[in-house]
Design a protein around this ligand. Structure first.
Ligand SMILES: Cc1cc2nc3c(=O)[nH]c(=O)nc-3n(C[C@H](O)[C@H](O)[C@H](O)COP(=O)(O)O)c2cc1C
Length: 171
């Protein structure tokens, strides 16, 4: 599928089938995430795969009870590593670049999953400390997003976007 079409067709899925993931697809998703750019190529993020059903349930609870997270066969928790960025970029690295590194890697993963015929939803509403603990984050590592990945058990409508003219200045 052409990239623009892939982006246009992607939608968030919040109901997953219990079908296990093809590990080759998961590897492709993770390897594609790692091709994302990062500040100074420091890759100041880590991806934690949560597959254990009990841990997935705890993750769902930590995400304000978004139980669809526990339906997915795997959820990837994207952690920012501010200390890694701070070593080279100081305060800006700590405050901004590590978050951006983790964010863009998650975006790449989301689109790679789509191309592999998998579905995802970006989950950003969660209790930071609880998610960090479930993901086994080290001190100072910050959870940025949870990305449940699986096969869709629903086909939601595409969501609308604002007109380009409202979003872009200087057109
Ligand atoms: C930063 C961010 C945080 C989000 N947090 C949540 C969330 O906690 N739960 C959820 O169900 N969807 C969440 N979403 C998904 C959005 O609701 C969704 O992307 C948006 O409604 C557009 O729909 P679409 O992804 O189908 O195009 C989040 C998306 C982003 C980018």
């Amino acid at each position: 599928m052409e990239f623009a079409e892939l982006c246009r067709k992607r939608r968030s899925v919040r109901r997953f089938s219990s079908t296990a993931l093809d590990e080759r697809d998961l590897s492709l998703v993770l390897e594609t995430a790692m091709t994302a750019p990062s500040a100074g190529n420091l890759q100041a993020y880590r991806i934690v795969l949560v597959r254990d059903p009990g841990a997935l349930r705890r993750l769902a609870e930590a995400a304000m009870g978004q139980l669809f997270i526990a339906q997915a066969p795997v959820a990837a928790v994207f952690l920012a590593l501010p200390a890694v960025s701070a070593r080279r970029y100081g305060e800006r690295g700590e405050r901004l670049f590590a978050l951006q590194d983790a964010t863009i890697a998650c975006a790449y993963a989301m689109l790679a999953a789509e191309e592999a015929g998998l579905s995802t939803v970006w989950v950003g509403s969660f209790d930071d400390a609880a998610v960090a603990s479930i993901a086994g984050a080290e001190a100072g590592e910050v959870p940025v997003a949870i990305l449940p990945v699986g096969y869709a058990a629903e086909h939601p409508r595409l969501t609308p976007r604002k007109p380009l003219g409202e979003m872009v200045r200087g057109l």
